[in-house]
Design a protein around this ligand. Structure first.
Ligand code: BT5
Length: 324
């Protein structure tokens, strides 16, 4: 049902302003004109607008400011990612739902996305603020054939994909803060959450969670994050079409995760380094057990951060919060 509506929208987008008659749509999709008319009415209720050119048919004139499946589908340029999209207005956490869907066998590239999360989360069960209609709150199910120890590298793969997509669509180039933040002028616009379903020697699924502040105004941010967060709109000065950005993220994510599986981390690592604001700086790394201070000198081919401590020894950091 949802996919037929998506197909209709796609058809009207591809028509590029040429009217298409109800009869023609009915013939193409093998349903009655009345059924087409009902779909059009439901699409209008969702925020799509059509001009009906007398006797000649429908022209699409507006799409809603949502990340619904129809809106994303019409911007998709992927082979496979995003061919299944699960969308709701409100979800507890796209991450929680993605875990269930992955367990039920959802294929690689399945996207879970919503307008608002009521229980969005970061690492270590921290809260992730997910204001309605302002951001991209989504999880993508990946099924790469890799060993569990390689999975943290996917955070870095996603960071590169996100950075490129954001730069393409907004014109603003974020920096990557190891391991899972994207920053613009020192403020966080994006957080990544990589979670696993794995056997001891094999990954069954990676649940790749991404939270992006897109169209927030400064006043939209909650008290707790107003000093540390920014949005693409604040940084670029323009309203961003979220569905287009989602499609671009899926495009790069598909390319870079395939490249990773085929060629390993190295080609992606050099891109990652070019966007990083961590490497070369003196930082403080807070791990679960300890605090280490030193100079971040690079990441290994496994994505492990190399920290040169003041006594000259080099410490590999697998997971931490970084501050300057
Ligand atoms: C992260 O955790 O940065 C990962 C965030 C992942 C969110 C996505 S949204 C879709 C999917 N579904 C979910 O439920 N989660 C994923 P971490 O590095 O632990 O950072 C969390 C910290 O970022 C919080 O403690 C706050 O300080 C800050 N924070 C919370 N909400 C924020 C926001 N909207 N923008 C910027 N910073 C925020």
């Amino acid at each position: 049902k949802a996919t037929l509506k998506n197909e209709i929208i796609k058809r009207l987008v591809e028509a590029n302003g040429e009217p298409i008659s109800g009869q023609q749509l009915a013939d193409e999709f093998g349903i009655s004109r009345t059924a087409i008319w009902k779909h059009m009415k439901q699409l209008q209720e969702k925020g799509y607008a059509f001009e009906t050119v007398k006797k000649r048919g429908y022209v699409l004139t507006a799409t809603p400011d949502t990340v619904d499946d129809a809106n994303i589908s019409m911007a998709l340029e992927t082979e496979n990612f995003g061919s299944r999209i699960i969308y709701e207005q409100s979800m507890t956490s796209t991450q929680a739902i993605a875990h269930n869907k992955a367990q039920e066998g959802a294929p690689e590239g399945t996207v879970i996305i919503c307008e608002e999360q009521t229980a969005g989360r970061g690492r270590m069960m921290r809260e992730w603020k997910s204001m309605k209609g302002k951001g991209i709150w989504m999880s993508v199910i990946l099924r790469p054939e890799i060993a569990p120890y390689e999975a943290p590298q996917f955070t870095l793969v996603a960071a590169v994909a996100l950075t490129k997509a954001i730069a393409d669509i907004s014109g603003v180039q974020p920096e990557i803060k190891w391991p899972n933040d994207l920053l613009i002028e020192g403020k966080k616009c994006t957080g990544i959450l990589t979670e696993l379903q794995a056997d001891p020697d094999r990954v069954n699924a990676i649940i790749m969670g991404m939270g992006i502040n897109v169209n927030h105004q400064p006043n939209d941010f909650e008290e707790e994050i107003k000093d540390i967060a920014t949005s693409l709109k604040i940084a670029s000065g323009k309203h961003i079409d979220r569905a287009t950005l989602v499609a671009k993220i899926l495009y790069y994510l598909e390319i870079y995760s395939a490249q990773y599986v085929k060629e390993g981390f190295e080609p992606i690592k050099s891109q990652w380094e070019s966007y990083s604001c961590t490497i070369g700086n003196r930082i403080r790394a807070t791990t679960l057990q300890d605090v280490f201070i030193g100079k971040a000198i690079g990441i290994t081919n496994d994505g492990v951060l190399q920290l040169q401590l003041d006594d000259g020894t080099i410490k590999g950091i697998y997971s931490a919060d970084i501050s300057l």
